[in-house]
Design a protein around this ligand. Structure first.
Ligand code: SME
Length: 132
């Protein structure tokens, strides 16, 4: 997970904050990240764009975070966000969360890349997350 966020942050200059949250019970718990420390180290499933993506088990792209009432602010400079759930057999294990200081920074290429990374991480996370 650490290497994945490092590689993504290195190779994608528009990724200002790159992190992974892990689902523990009904909370998303911050794992490895590259960027400024976030105040949101634990996010209940019902909150934030992170909570929405995990609940819907679907990628969410927000072009303008300030126009989205779900948004939990991490940094004043953040303008857009993409959250990609990491799932296995319909079970959410965690998610990849990326912020950008650029508005509408994320498109289909980012989504495809991050969904492929999520798919690669899923079996590794499944191996360390107990089945409920
Ligand atoms: N913006 C997220 C919270 C996490 S920080 O971006 C790292 C959200 O709205 O869920």
């Amino acid at each position: 997970m650490t290497r994945a966020v490092e590689l993504l942050a290195e190779s994608c200059p528009h990724f200002t904050w790159t992190g992974i949250y892990l689902l523990e019970g009904d909370e998303l718990v911050l794992g490895p990240f590259v960027g400024k420390p976030s105040p949101h180290t634990r996010i209940p499933l019902g909150r934030g764009i992170c909570g929405a993506a995990a609940t819907q088990r679907a990628t969410i792209i927000v072009d303008d975070v300030n126009a989205d009432p779900r948004y939990l602010a991490c940094s004043l400079e953040t303008r857009s966000e993409i959250v990609v759930p990491i799932t296995q057999a319909d079970r959410v294990l965690g998610e990849i969360d990326i912020d950008s200081d650029r508005a509408a920074a994320f498109g289909p290429t980012d989504q495809a890349l991050l969904e492929a990374v999520a798919q690669a991480l899923a079996p590794r996370l499944a191996a360390r997350v107990p089945v409920p």
